[in-house]
Design a protein around this ligand. Structure first.
Ligand SMILES: Cc1cc2nc3c(=O)[nH]c(=O)nc-3n(C[C@H](O)[C@H](O)[C@H](O)COP(=O)(O)OP(=O)(O)OC[C@H]3O[C@@H](n4cnc5c(N)ncnc54)[C@H](O)[C@@H]3O)c2cc1C
Length: 368
């Protein structure tokens, strides 16, 4: 029922704008409004903080169905979870009440600020500094590649509080867009997910109350990594949705397109491609939903499962979308058809929340 409801909404209110959002590189405002109106913008927020209280699998289904028509729009529910999960996992009750309510109501979005210009895969090498000053912390530094930066009101920022301790000297904070000293870089000009703004976040002597720290001092990096264990599954969901959207489009196209006097769907070479695409998507879906169940239960092997689902589903999304372009021939290579956008959008799922090389490192360190 959830899937049907989200699919109908996505097809009616999000799909019609997907091509324009991509072409114009603009924020999918129509999608935000439709998702908020239907309480689907941040379904993971627990009921006690005013949210829908969706479990990990339901959240995955929402993201998957939105991504099926518009990957950029799927980053609204996905990044709202990414940005706020550190707070949900490790924040104080006061902090949760203050920040999760506006998120659940659709009055504010949340972003996640881990990466920096010189600290990507090696995120613990970050330089952003937080220095204690009485009952405040003062933050200085640059966060890079921040999804929904400028649109979000709230930012979970990881910063070094004890430079000698590397990952154990990093703490997490909630920073507000309106805090003096917060500003944003120009939107990045990207290959895909062009409707999702990606910008630098500048922290210039940002002075915030000490109670904005999430959890204990020095636990920020551990919280950031624990968050990714859960949210990589939402990237898998996004990848899965993109792949399914490409297969659905290609499947219909080959039934209509005639060459050599018959629909190209009648050729076995085409049928085998479609069968392989469907098979890979089924496998990716099984892995993703299994990982979502592990996330919900807090299974001991969640780190492995989250990395495996993200890595596999994103590789499948890249293969399936590339094949979808192939199935449409020259038409697939143009912006008159959606599969080239899907192929460009799929690529990012192999890169963010840890590249697929990093996922393989994570899996190798946590073999089941
Ligand atoms: C559109 C977009 C949105 C993003 N959104 C966010 C966000 O909201 N918040 C956030 O904090 N970050 C975000 N990121 C950052 C993203 O997570 C990083 O780009 C990613 O982790 C890779 O870091 P890097 O770009 O610095 O690449 P690098 O770390 O420089 O990696 C370059 C290459 O080297 C490989 N590599 C690195 N180390 C190893 C190794 N040990 N073994 C093998 N190969 C290795 C990588 O796999 C990659 O192929 C976003 C990025 C993009 C492009």
């Amino acid at each position: 029922m959830l899937r049907d409801a989200v699919r109908s909404l996505a097809e009616a209110k999000i799909a019609p704008y997907a091509a324009a959002v991509d072409e114009e590189g603009r924020f999918p405002q129509e999608a935000l409004e439709a998702l908020v109106a239907n309480d689907l913008h941040a379904v993971h927020v627990p009921e006690e903080y005013g949210g829908a209280g969706a479990d990990a699998l339901a959240t995955v289904i929402v993201i998957e169905e939105v991504a099926r028509v518009c990957a950029s729009s799927s980053l609204i529910p996905a990044v709202n979870k990414l940005g706020s999960l550190p707070l949900i996992l490790s924040g104080s009750e006061e902090l949760k009440k203050k920040y999760l309510g506006p998120l659940a109501k659709g009055k504010a979005m949340f972003s996640y600020c881990l990466s920096e210009p010189e600290a990507g895969s090696d995120a613990a090498g970050m330089k952003t500094r937080a220095v204690r000053d009485g009952d405040h912390w003062v933050l200085n530094g640059v966060k890079r590649w921040i999804t929904n930066a400028g649109v979000s009101e709230f930012y979970t920022v990881m910063a070094v509080t004890d430079p000698g301790k590397r990952s154990k000297g990093i703490s997490a904070f909630v920073v507000e867009k309106s805090d003096p000293g917060v500003s944003f870089g120009a939107p990045e000009k990207k290959l895909g997910i062009k409707g999702s703004p990606t910008r630098e976040v500048y922290l210039d002597n940002v002075r915030i109350p000490a109670d904005r720290m999430i959890g204990e001092e020095g636990t920020g990096f551990a919280t950031a990594m624990r968050t990714l264990d859960h949210t990589r599954i939402t990237i898998a969901a996004q990848a899965l949705g993109i792949a399914q959207g490409a297969l659905d489009y290609a499947k219909n196209y080959v039934r209509e397109r005639k060459q050599f006097g018959k629909p190209i769907a009648d050729f076995q070479g085409i049928q085998f491609m479609l069968a392989d695409m469907a098979m890979k998507i089924s496998a990716a879906r099984a892995l993703t939903y299994q990982a979502a169940a592990a996330s919900e239960r807090g299974d001991a092997d969640l780190t492995y499962q989250g990395a495996a689902a993200k890595c596999f589903a994103s590789d499948v999304a890249m293969e399936v979308t590339t094949d979808a372009v192939q199935l449409l021939g020259g038409y697939g290579y143009t912006r008159d058809y959606p599969v080239e956008r899907m192929m460009r959008d799929a690529k990012i799922t192999q890169i963010y929340e840890g590249t697929n090389q990093v996922q393989r490192i994570v899996m190798a360190r946590n073999l089941p």
